[in-house]
Design a protein around this ligand. Structure first.
Ligand code: PEP
Length: 260
């Protein structure tokens, strides 16, 4: 059974709809020589679709993995404008974000669609990173645990616990994403512990094995305290992943906080 001390820390950079060929190459020139030396932390980058292939080439010699920000729930066919899980795999992706709160809020992705995307990702050999989290109003109403549990249950009911824990879970309070408001380490740890306890009620082994990342305005100056929490296994990083010094510092905090 794994404990917090032997779940490898993980940091995923979500570039969102930012970047250009030139900016991506420049960012990678700055960060890769440093972060590819970090052996205690698994690192992945999620550029926008059009840059996947070029970023895959730039990552080629490193241990840094490629991920995508979204996928189609459908496997193939007449779905103009969509990108399939197999295409992502074919372009070198190992991970794919599923159910990011921006997808849920801005593109009306509901729990059923998120569950279908999770399942489709697994079928294509990708590791889905399932994002869950409450809005500010839901937190104020004391609904955080219920919301997170229901988002997780939607996927669990669709794929079963054994497949759920083939993915990575990212707890991302909506009120903390891109706002500069971070959950305190104690607030984040409380939700991560709740998720791990909930997993244990489904399957005891799943509790210890599954990696649960925190996302929501993680920066160089708060990463260390977050990553010190026993149930926080790393971070999903938006804005700060676009700044070379910040991203290196966050990866370095994860590298150092892998318990001895
Ligand atoms: C995200 O996009 O998943 C995220 C956590 O963004 P930020 O770090 O900018 O809050």
């Amino acid at each position: 059974m794994q404990t917090s001390s032997n779940r490898k820390k993980m940091v995923i950079g979500n570039w969102k709809m930012n970047g250009s060929s030139t900016a991506n190459a420049s960012l990678l020139r700055s960060v890769l020589p440093v972060i590819s030396r970090f052996e205690n932390v698994e690192i992945a980058l999620c550029p926008p679709y059009p840059y996947l292939s070029a970023v895959a080439d730039l990552l080629d010699d490193s241990e840094v993995a490629l991920g995508a920000q979204n996928l189609s729930a459908e496997l193939a066919g007449a779905h103009t404008g969509e990108v399939s899980a197999h295409m992502l795999h074919d372009n070198g992706c190992r991970f794919v974000l599923v159910g990011h709160s921006e997808r849920r809020a801005l593109y009306a992705e509901d729990d059923a669609l998120v569950a279908k995307k999770f399942s489709t990702a697994l079928q294509a050999g990708l590791i889905p990173v399932l994002c869950v989290g409450e809005t500010f109003a839901q937190r104020q109403a004391g609904e955080t645990q219920a919301i997170v549990t229901s988002q997780l249950s939607a996927v669990l009911n669709a794929v079963g616990v054994d497949d759920l824990v083939k993915g990575v879970i990212a707890y991302e309070p909506v009120w903390a994403i891109g706002t500069g408001e971070t959950a305190t380490p104690e607030q984040a740890q409380a939700v991560h512990r709740h998720i791990r306890q909930w997993l244990a009620t489904q399957n005891h082994a799943a509790r210890a094995d599954c990696r649960i990342l925190y996302g929501g305005s993680v920066k160089a100056d708060n990463a260390e305290q977050l990553f010190l929490q026993p149930d926080i296994d790393g971070g999903l990083i938006g804005g700060a992943s676009l700044d070379a010094m910040s991203f290196v510092a966050i990866c370095s905090a994860a590298q150092d906080k892998t318990a001895a």
